[in-house]
Structures are given as C-alpha cells and as structure tokens.
Design a protein around this ligand. Structure first.
Ligand code: NAD
Ligand code: DAU
Length: 339
C-alpha cells in the first residue's frame, strides 16, 4: 500500500532527527506540505531547518505541543501528524523529570486529541527502544512488555500508552516506531557520540560512564529517517516497528573508533561515575521493519567517519551550543569515578 499524504504536521522538527527527517521528506515527497511545530527548547535549533526557509509548501510555527488551542488550529489545517517533539536526554531526565512528563506524556495526549478531533489519516509517534528497559539477553520484539527504567523512558512509554488508548478508545489511526540510538549531523552535543567528537576536537577528556561497557545499537540518522518515511507511507495503521541495525557496540568501542578516525590518543578516554539506573543493553529484533523492505545502508564505521567530518566542518553549528547553561549541566552531570 502507499498512503498519499498531502498536509503533514511535524512536531519537534527543529531538533536532531526531526530536522533530518524533514530534509529527507522534501527529497522523497516534495509535494507534501509540511508544517513544523517546535518550542525551540535548548535542543531545538532553527539553523537545522535554515535550508528550507522560504520554500513553498514549508512553514515553521514556534509553539508548544502542550498548547491545546494552537495544536487544535494546526491539526485543523493538516491530515497527519508525526511527533518527534520530546525531552530526549536520559541524564537530564534524572535532574528534571517533570519536564519529561509534561512534554512526552501530556504533549503527546494533546496531539492525539487534536488528530482524533480532526479525523486525521495517520498519527505517527516516534518512540524509542528504551521503553523495553534493560535487556540483558535476547532481543526485544514489538509485542514485549514495556519496562522503562528512567524518567525519560517512562515518559516515552507513557506517551505510547496514551496514544494506544486513543487508538483503542477512539480509533486513532496510530503507528509507532521504536528507534535505537541515532547519530549523525545536527545532534546536540550532550549525547554520547557528539560529546566524544566535539571533546576530541578540543583535546578534552572523552567521558565514559563506569567502564564504557554499556551496549547500544547505533543507527545512522539518515537510515532511521528512511525507515520512518517508509512506515509513514506504507505501514498498515495499528502497527509498532522497531528500527535499528541489529549490531551491538559498547561505548568504549565507539570512543576508540572516534579517536582512531581523528588520529587522537586513547589516553583522552576518561572513565567517570556511572549514570544512576544505567540501562546496560538494548537490543532489537528488527525483522518487522526489514519485512517492509528496509535495511541499514550506512554501517557504523562509515557513519562515524561522516559524522566526525560534519562536526569538524561545522564548528559554527556546535561551538555556540557548548557555552553557558551547557557547561553548568556538564559540571552537574559528570562526576569522578570512585573505585
Ligand atoms: P532532540 O532533543 O534533538 O529534539 C527534540 C525537539 O523537540 C527539539 O527541537 C525541541 O525544541 C522540541 N520540543 C521539545 N519539547 C517540545 C514541546 N513541548 N513542544 C514542541 N516542541 C518541543 O531530539 P531527537 O534526538 O531528535 O529525538 C526526536 C524524537 O525521537 C524524540 O521523540 C525521541 O524520544 C525519539 N528518539 C530519539 C532517539 C535518539 O537516539 N536521539 C532514538 C529513538 C527515538
Ligand atoms: O536508544 C534510543 C535512545 O538513545 C533515545 O531514545 C534517547 O533520546 C537518546 O538520548 C539515546 O539514549 P541513551 O541514553 O542510550 O544515549 P546517550 O548518548 O546518552 O548514551 C549512550 C550510551 O553511552 C549509554 O550507555 C550511556 C553512555 N554515555 C553517555 C554519555 C552522554 C557515556 O558513557 N558517556 C557520556 O558522556
């Protein structure tokens, strides 16, 4: 099946994945009219969407997904919603959980209500593999129970539950994607890979929690965006899709790969105090998304090289972000490892 969408509301697209997705969609579906709604939190950045400014069929609205009136008016002018808007960083969720509950749960409910009221064709919620919790053995399938362990993942699971309740109770045409760890251009330098790269550029220590052994599935953001595009246009409503590469990599392996690409010494690695409640492993069963015909195109080695090159070439993008509040957060977050 191919769904022909005409007017799309994309929430949270001034951030990392959303902005990559909107740029991707302009290439694959240039006829779709796109309205971006974004609050421009510390993680939202209009520079991420600058190349779309002034293009016909694109508009940016500065606002909050929790603003019922605004969301209702935008839903009245569109046929479908893709929701990227969220508080997204686990470490920050340990410092300020309520902001996560507000946006990731209540904000999702506000979007669902507007989509229901205006009879939208599809509501795609961008969720995360973190909703499965720490997975020490095996791989998570889409029917596994949700066992989130951080305020971030619990809020994302809460958003999923609200959306599922709208699907069950009111027939909301819901799709959910659960993506693994994204990396690539335009990622705010608080997540592991951009922290490692931007610190290495400045010969600063590369902080790894505990012993750097926690495992993630790192997916290049453009691969994730292709999968989201495919789910949005081809998947039957009512389905959930895991999106990842199926490859497991530790933080230490990522740090060593980044340093090798950059020609910097391993002595820059610094083991620091662990994240409280750290999930040590996520691992996805990706058979459902591959059955749609999607596959990884950019392996981690190539993706890291492209990402390092992008940060080296764009200090004007990330240097202004690493100032003021950023360093306050950084000092609060990173503590010495006590052995
Ligand atoms: P990000 O932090 O880079 O961007 C989030 C965006 O949401 C920002 O532009 C921010 O301004 C906006 N936003 C926050 N609160 C808002 C509100 N109340 N109203 C409107 N806009 C608001 O996040 P990201 O890494 O691009 O993640 C996007 C989505 O994908 C999130 O829902 C996240 O949970 C999910 N996800 C992320 C990853 C990852 O590895 N980064 C993996 C899987 C899923
Ligand atoms: O799995 C998908 C999720 O991936 C998304 O839903 C989240 O929005 C996104 O933030 C990300 O969460 P993680 O907590 O997995 O990503 P982060 O980059 O913060 O950490 C990746 C791993 O690296 C994790 O094991 C913690 C570790 N880490 C992280 C940072 C920031 C370090 O060792 N040092 C660090 O400085």
């Amino acid at each position: 099946m191919t769904r022909r969408l005409k007017r799309l509301l994309v929430a949270g697209a001034a951030g990392f994945i959303g902005s990559n997705f909107v740029r991707h969609l302009r290439r694959t579906h240039p006829d779709v009219e796109i309205t971006v709604l974004d609050k421009l939190t510390y993680a939202g950045n209009l520079a991420n969407l600058a190349e779309l400014d002034g293009q016909p069929g694109y508009r940016f609205v500065h606002g909050d997904i929790c603003d019922e009136k605004l969301v209702d008016s935008l839903a009245a002018e569109t046929d479908a919603i893709v929701n990227f808007a969220a508080e997204t960083h686990v470490d920050r969720s340990l410092m300020d959980p309520f902001a996560f509950v507000e946006t990731d749960v209540r904000g999702t409910a506000v979007l669902c209500e507007a989509a229901r009221k205006h009879g939208h064709e599809v509501f795609l919620l961008i969720s995360t593999d973190e909703v499965y919790g720490d997975v020490r053995t095996g791989r998570s399938t889409e029917t596994d129970p949700l066992k989130p362990r951080s305020p971030y993942s619990a809020s994302k699971a809460g958003g999923e539950h609200i959306a599922q309740a709208y699907a069950e109770s009111f027939g909301l045409p819901l799709l959910v994607t659960r993506g693994s760890n994204n990396y690539g251009p335009h990622q705010y330098p608080e997540k592991l890979i951009p922290v490692l790269i931007t610190n290495a550029i400045d010969d600063r220590p590369l902080p790894l929690y505990n012993d750097g052994s926690a495992v993630r599935d790192y997916v290049f953001v453009e691969d994730h965006c292709r999968a989201i595009d495919q789910v949005l246009h081809e998947a039957p409503v009512g389905n959930v899709y895991n999106i990842g590469t199926g490859v497991e990599t530790s933080g230490l392996q990522v740090a060593e790969a980044v340093l090798a690409i950059m020609g910097k010494p391993k002595s820059l690695i610094e083991f620091v105090a662990d994240r409280p409640g750290h999930d040590y492993r996520y691992a996805l069963d990706i058979s459902r998304i591959t059955a749609l015909g999607w596959e990884t195109q950019v392996e981690l080695g190539e993706g890291l090289e492209r990402t390092v090159r992008w940060y080296v070439d764009h200090p004007d993008w990330w240097r202004p972000l690493k100032s003021g509040e950023y360093w306050e957060y950084y000092r609060r977050n990173y503590r010495p490892l006590v052995t």
